[in-house]
Design a protein around this ligand. Structure first.
Ligand SMILES: Cc1cc2nc3c(=O)[nH]c(=O)nc-3n(C[C@H](O)[C@H](O)[C@H](O)COP(=O)(O)O)c2cc1C
Ligand code: SF4
Length: 645
């Protein structure tokens, strides 16, 4: 068993001693008001991570100015004294919860600012760079007086942050935002004192660090840097190694390292495809050339974080989404309960996905995010007999919540395993965290005396088990679609069977390029099969979050998967697939054809029950049997239904 002695040991950054080496990686919450005021919900969210033992709670980006770079509604800001009380409320809440609090400051997004267009403003940047969202729009280089005003704004913001009671300040220098644009040769072609040599390109950031240190004396200052932008022509380690030395010379107290940029956004929000520790080399490289502490970040589990620290790859571990999924990571490690940490499944569904549409942070696996202190699993005043049909994600989460609230819960599952279709779908190595999630429910339910799970047990509309139930939650999932109109469809292997060991030949054609088909194609291509995806629509995995799709497309290309879009399967034969493509009919030779045409809700039970007068008012449907959606929808629905009992 891992002891986590490195992760749980204290560390000093600047003059601030942290009780352990786990940072809440900066993440915007979108929980503020449209005019940038923070809210009690935001304070409660951060306080919960502090109460969970996190060594340092860092906020998401907080804007210091809107002089040149407009601030979109809902984003956190500290460009005026009116924002200090809200920030102080967060600082106080974090402190009351026993934590330490840092505020991440940004000078703006520069050429990555999408909100410019809404206001009809031209984007600003270090040089005349193309606007990220439309290369025909050229950014205006900031004038020297404007740069110096921005530096002053950092100083003013730092003074407000200190006044609000924060313990540290972080500078957002990654993701290709304005500061990154100044530091990086690919975006900085200035010929004045802010461009040219590395020293000159770092002048802006050196002045920012100095302004912060002058105006917030005593507060340690950390810096987030992307070590490798991960696109052709972007900054790589060759250039970054000189920049981090400049940062150290400028007095930075901690460097938080990752990779990526808007051009490679999946590194900023790494989906499951990128795998464990996907950017740890960023920290390792910096650590080899500087003496200040360095934090690693990106898909790092506590177990791997411990290993990274133990081998000297970093001094701290910044955990972002892992701490959204489970705010109590550190306390659980301290208590020796690492196995009870709820894993982040790296889906990006309700954290990044929400942020991208301006909605407050949520979580696929933790429905209490955004409701900290409100959704609390207290014992129900009037315990009920709850029957749950189906042990997929909705059923399991409902059982956990109902059981934790003291209800008497019976879960009936037709298959001989829990997890529903998640279990077979989680066979790829890159979906390891999904498997951990199923194990997590298994362990949680085993701890709840009022919950009994019966496997291999089918419930029918007239089953006696339903008779005495006060509440029946139906979570029967979905059925695979097998279009009868396709001759030879019976020759195809259903994708779920493919996951669970159905024999596959060397050449495989996957019919249907939705998320399920695409992930399966990737899994078997990585095992050495020659794989073709045939998809009728314009693109594969159209329901996938755009950032995850960046990773998926790259992974499929690297694994050599052939993707045929706008191609409709017309027949499945003994030798493969016949299809209609944009250029006419195509014949695809295959040893195995896999059917992944999608799913339809398994509504038979719920329809039969709701038709019965004696049970209809006790029956509720949830998860895919309502409408097949993403796993986070099923889990959140299961939580909410069970919570309402
Ligand atoms: C919803 C969301 C918002 C984020 N916002 C910020 C931010 O404001 N500043 C920042 O430096 N990084 C931001 N990030 C990146 C995270 O700090 C972190 O680098 C990333 O999530 C990878 O770490 P993880 O795998 O531990 O989550 C954000 C990530 C997420 C998921
Ligand atoms: S929504 Fe998904 S990626 Fe985001 S924190 Fe929750 S489990 Fe992790």
């Amino acid at each position: 068993m891992t002891s986590f002695t490195s992760l749980l040991s204290p560390i000093t950054i600047g003059n601030l001693t942290l009780p352990n080496r786990v940072l809440l990686s900066p993440m915007g919450t979108e929980m503020g008001t449209p005019d940038g005021m923070s809210t009690p919900a935001e304070a409660a969210y951060y306080a919960a991570r502090a109460a969970g033992g996190t060594g340092l709670v860092i906020t998401g980006i907080t804007f210091v100015a809107d002089d040149f770079d407009p601030i979109a509604p809902g984003l956190a800001r500290i460009d005026g004294d009116q924002y200090v009380p809200g920030l102080r409320a967060i600082a106080d809440a974090v402190h009351e919860a026993g934590g330490l609090f840092s505020v991440q400051l940004t000078g703006g997004l520069g050429r990555n600012n999408q909100y410019c267009a809404t206001l009809g403003m031209e984007p600003r940047s270090a040089s005349d760079n193309t606007w990220f969202f439309d290369p025909s729009v050229i950014s205006r280089p900031l004038e020297v007086a404007e740069i110096q005003l921005l530096v002053r704004r950092f100083g003013e913001a730092a003074a407000r942050v200190k006044e609000a009671g924060a313990d540290a300040i972080d500078i957002h220098g990654h993701t290709g935002y304005l500061i990154d644009q100044f530091m990086s040769a690919c975006w900085n072609r200035r010929t004045d004192e802010y461009g040219g040599s590395v020293e000159n390109r770092c002048r802006f950031v050196r002045e920012i660090i100095a302004a912060i240190k002058t105006n917030a004396p005593g507060l340690p200052v950390s810096f987030r840097i992307s070590v490798d932008h991960k696109f052709d022509g972007g900054r790589t380690w060759d250039e970054t190694q000189h920049i981090v030395k400049e940062l150290e010379r400028a007095g930075i107290d901690l460097i938080i390292a990752d990779d990526g940029s808007y051009e490679a956004m999946d590194y900023v929000f790494p989906p499951y495809y990128l795998g464990d520790d996907c950017m740890v080399t960023a920290a390792e490289r910096i650590k080899a050339v500087v003496d200040v502490p360095v934090a690693a970040c990106g898909n790092i589990t506590p177990e791997n974080g411990e290993k990274i620290l133990a081998r000297g790859g970093a001094d701290m571990i910044a955990i972002g989404r892992g701490l959204i999924a489970d705010p109590d990571i550190v306390n659980k490690l301290r208590a020796g309960h690492a196995a009870s940490i709820r894993p982040c499944i790296r889906c990006n569904q309700l954290c990044t996905g929400n942020a991208f549409v301006g909605k407050p942070l949520g979580c696929a696996v933790n429905p209490e995010v955004g409701y900290e202190g409100k959704r609390v699993l207290t014992t129900a005043a009037d315990p009920k007999r709850v029957v749950i049909v189906g042990a997929g994600p909705a059923g399991l989460e409902a059982a956990r919540v109902a059981g934790a609230r003291g209800h008497d819960v019976r879960v009936y599952e037709r298959e001989n395993h829990i997890g529903g279709v998640l279990l077979p779908a989680a066979t790829p190595d890159f979906k390891r965290e999904l498997r951990k999630m199923i194990d997590w429910w298994d362990a949680e339910l085993a701890e709840l005396p009022g919950v009994e799970v019966k496997l291999g047990y089918e419930i029918r509309p007239d089953s006696a088990e339903l008779k005495d139930a006060d509440v029946v939650l139906v979570a029967t999932g979905s059925h695979p679609l097998a279009p009868a109109s396709i001759p030879g469809i019976e020759k195809a292997v259903e994708v779920i069977d493919g996951h669970t060991g159905a024999p596959l030949g060397k050449r495989v054609v996957v019919c249907g390029g939705g998320l399920s088909g695409a992930d399966f194609a990737l899994e078997i291509a990585e095992q050495g099969h020659e794989v073709t995806i045939v998809e009728m629509a314009e693109d594969i995995a159209r329901d996938m979050f755009s950032i995850n799709k960046v990773s998926l497309d790259r992974s499929l290309a690297e694994a050599g998967v052939r993707v045929l879009t706008r191609t409709r399967v017309t027949a499945i034969t003994d030798s493969g697939v016949v299809a209609d493509g944009p250029d006419g009919p195509v014949t695809l030779e295959a040893d195995t054809v896999v059917s992944s045409f999608g799913v339809r809700p398994a509504r038979e039970l719920v329809e039969a029950l709701t038709a019965r007068d004696d049970v209809t008012d006790r029956v509720y449907a949830m998860g895919d049997c309502v409408d097949p959606r993403k796993v986070g929808d099923a889990i959140n629905e299961g939580y909410e239904l069970a919570y309402s009992i």
